[in-house]
Design a protein around this ligand. Sequence first.
Ligand code: NDP
Length: 331
Amino acid sequence: MREFDALWIEADKDSGAPLPAKWNKITVDQLSPGDVTVRVTHTTINYKDGLALAGNPAVTRKFPMVPGIDVVGEVLISESDRFKPGDQVILNGYGLGEVHTGAYAQIARLKSEWLLHRPPEISAPRAAAIGTAGYTAMLCVMALERHGITPEHGQIAVTGSSGGVGSVAISLLSKLGYETVAFTGRMEEADFLKSLGATEVLNRSELGGEGKPLGQERWAGGVDVAGSHTLVNLISQTKYGGAVAACGLAQGMDIPGNVMPFILRSVALLGVDSVLVPMPLREQAYRRLVQDLDLAKLDSLSETVKLADVPERAAKILKGQVRGRTIVEVD
Ligand code: NDP
């Protein structure tokens, strides 16, 4: 049976905790079961992938594991009626790289009910550039829209804006006509963020500490990747009837706040998950990405690396040293 390269995480025999990922030669029978076998042509590196490669037990929960939460590739073998060899497919989340072997390998064995046909308008490298982070940004924007927030309501604050979710969220919101305020710890990226469409760029330290229970009303809405004080301050500064879409925990997983913005201003906190999103909403998100994501901006916020570069780049993403999105060429 043909061997191929994979990043491989095993558990420590004594503690059961994940060991650091290492390169391994594996065969397809070492992959989790699935009815579609895919040649992985591209993948990406999300914050969560960084956590997995750093040995975070909250991400890697089954062993041995091939990490990597996003697959872009071509079907090699299919036992499903929905897919045939040669089909171009995408998979984001669904426990990939957590409980089902994932993307950092040349071949992946996947479940057909998790797979999307890649829209022809989005090339394979661009689908990797979008990845979980970009598709989550779209889900956040759709959550704000469902709440009835339109560009006329005012500015949208976006945190972690130099990162993956944040940079794609700014690009999407600006194309949709929203004014966006980009919060970042990297003020040197202000010109880059303005090139994506940010109206204003502010230092994230403004939101990072303990704030007032009810701040001055500033935003119609927010997209937050940080959690903790950042999320609480964003909520407390949201205008009457506004909403904050919360998807991340880059600052922390706590919510050290109070109920005043909810009960005095009808502010809504909209939780956004990408992993277990039902297929119809995923398909809708990708239709919206085709329609509303400026591909020139996507290219400008993406950088391409090789599969061999994944461990080094994953360490950088945890230190906040990666700008925008990463395309990983697997072939
Ligand atoms: P990135 O690492 O690409 O971006 C995160 C950004 O957050 C950094 O670039 C930085 O931006 C900012 N940041 C880092 N530390 C802090 C801090 N202490 N306080 C405030 N901001 C900080 O990650 P992703 O965009 O891939 O993911 C962002 C978050 O969203 C992660 O927590 C991730 O786990 C979560 N996520 C959740 C998903 C879901 O399904 N709910 C799906 C995808 C992501 P800057 O330098 O501009 O300040």
